[in-house]
Design a binder for this molecule. Structure first.
Ligand code: AMP
Ligand code: MG
Length: 522
């Protein structure tokens, strides 16, 4: 028997929560149930395009397992391992600020909750596995470009130390999927692919909002009790106090997540409440992007280009708003609103502390004093005004060892020479203040460099890098995925010979589809 066949499944969600009595893909409103049983729809020719060796090892899969035809069949949706019992989860959500009702897994199908040799629980979920009762008229499939982006970014975030759902595999379906990429009346056939996502839990804020919106307090309570039991087993206590601790922890984890996104320059793009994990993981990689030139107003999502609700600089506030929706949903579990308000306050405090820690680490300071917050804000204003690459600036600042007296040694970080010269006086002034601050800091130069390198990634999944890998993969060459994955395994380390991956966005990518703008079409 292969290691893959020996993987144990313990599908607690199915066992402990009420399910939809109907099976199959008929579109329907599903009341009183947390999930519907539905099988993946087989694809024409499943072919493994890429996999994460770390995730394979975590699940106990051998190299032979991964290379086998069986692996591509299972993770393409054409076969099940013993113990897999596929289902689609039921949830709702606030989309772009409005309650959207029932959404559910329209193209994600969970295969089972694997329990590995270490006793860890990892839910395996295929994205792009075909229609479910929640597909709302769409096809349940995913295109190669979006699946590849989800696969790579899941693993890149993990290696950056940002909480995230993981990805085991990327499997081509051998089928075409038709998408109108910019919703402008130009549908095209594109290659299809599936990602196998992996996480301890895929429960979202919307999982609780849906029963609450229907006044189904029995299901709401059952789901909260289940989430606490399965996903927060360290929480003790009972009744309201337990629910309060649980909500406070969700708030705390979400705050840490947002501080991590802001530190590395990640923009989720679609922070709807159905895309918010109760474990504080980054979940649902769609039209996400990485900040190149520092700009709090930037969003990669063309669908959000008008209002920019989910722009980089607004993410921490949006997360608070999303938590307040969750608080509203959980209110029936409480006698009064005080514990929920306390949780939301916890978010604000935790975020502020985590953001100060980011400031200290990014600037190479032992601790962040009040005046350092101002120092950082003043720097950010300059970076925005002069169109400076966020990753290259902070990385370069560390490598200068606090010695820079002008922007000359940091020239690489600038996108526009005129803007650099125009802002030079401001930067010289800022660098003077920075050097004075460093003189008053206890860290030694090597300590400072190590601290800055650990907080400021050298390699992030810039949109154009992902697009280059996509262009190659669409021509049948998966080499670009492997190369990128290898670089992104060690995002904080200097990797000689791989300078190309740390460069600023090339000019051709400034306005190219997939590089600077992405739609929700996926
Ligand atoms: P997202 O913006 O990816 O979080 O998706 C929002 C909702 O639309 C979720 O309920 C998805 O399952 C559903 N959805 C997105 N794309 C598809 C598709 N191609 N087929 C079926 N459902 C989809
Ligand atoms: Mg979603």
């Amino acid at each position: 028997m292969s290691c893959m066949q020996a993987l144990r499944f313990d599908n607690r969600l199915l066992r402990e929560l009420p399910g939809d009595p109907e099976q199959g893909t008929r579109l329907r409103q599903v009341e009183g149930a947390a999930y519907s049983r539905v099988a993946p729809t087989p694809v024409a020719a499943p072919q493994l395009l890429a996999y994460s060796r770390e995730m394979a090892a975590t699940l106990g899969f051998s190299a032979e397992d991964v290379a086998s035809e069986e692996f591509a069949r299972v993770f393409g949706g054409n076969a099940l391992l013993p113990g897999m019992q596929p289902w689609a989860a039921n949830y709702g959500g606030h989309q772009f600020g409005h309650w959207a009702g029932q959404l559910g897994d329209g193209r994600a199908i969970s295969l089972g909750e694997a329990v590995n040799a270490a006793g860890e629980r990892w839910e395996l979920q295929l994205k792009g596995a075909g229609p479910t009762p929640y597909s709302r008229g769409a096809d349940g499939r995913a295109v190669l470009r979006s699946s590849l982006r989800e696969f790579l970014c899941s693993e890149a975030m993990h290696h950056l130390g940002v909480p995230t759902t993981r990805a085991l595999s990327l499997v081509g379906s051998g089928e075409a999927v038709v998408r109108d990429m910019f919703y402008d009346g130009h549908p095209q056939a594109e290659p299809g692919a599936l990602v196998c996502r992996v996480a301890p839990s895929f429960l979202r804020f919307g999982s609780f909002e849906l029963p609450a919106s229907r006044g189904d307090h029995a299901l709401l309570r059952a789901m909260a009790d289940f989430a606490i039991r399965r996903d927060f087993p360290h929480l003790q206590g009972q009744g309201e106090a337990l629910y309060a601790d649980w909500f406070a922890e969700i708030c705390e984890r979400t705050a840490r997540l947002l501080a991590a996104w802001m530190r590395v320059g990640f923009v989720h793009g679609v922070m709807n409440t159905d895309n918010m994990s109760i474990l504080g993981l980054t979940i649902d990689y769609g039209p996400y992007g990485w900040v190149d030139d520092y700009d709090p107003m930037w969003t990669p999502n063309t669908t959000d280009a008008q209002r920019r609700r989910y722009r980089y600089g607004q993410q921490p506030d949006v997360a608070w708003w999303n938590l307040s929706r969750l608080a509203g949903a959980l209110a029936p579990l409480f006698g009064g609103v005080e514990p929920l308000q306390a949780g939301l306050d916890r978010y604000v405090e935790t975020y502020a502390a985590a953001d100060r820690e980011s400031t200290a680490a990014k600037l190479g300071l032992a601790v962040c004093r009040d005046e350092d917050v101002t120092l950082m804000h003043d720097l950010q204003a300059l970076l925005q005004q002069a169109e400076v690459d966020m990753s290259l600036w902070f990385r370069g600042l560390g490598e200068c060892g606090g010695e820079a007296t002008s922007t000359e040694p940091l020239r690489e970080a600038f996108y526009d020479e005129d803007k650099r010269q125009h802002a030079e006086a401001g930067f010289v002034d800022w660098l003077t203040r920075y050097r004075a601050r460093l003189a008053d800091d206890p860290l030694s130069p090597p300590q400072r460099l190590a601290r800055m390198r650990a907080a400021n990634p050298c390699y992030v999944l810039r949109n154009y890098l992902a697009q280059e890998a996509i262009d190659r993969a669409e021509q049948g060459d998966t080499g670009g995925i492997d190369e990128l994955l290898e670089v992104l395994r060690h995002p904080y380390d200097v990797q000689p010979g791989r300078e190309r991956y740390a460069q600023r966005r090339p000019e051709w990518a400034r306005h190219k589809a997939g590089c600077s703008m992405l739609s929700c079409s996926s």
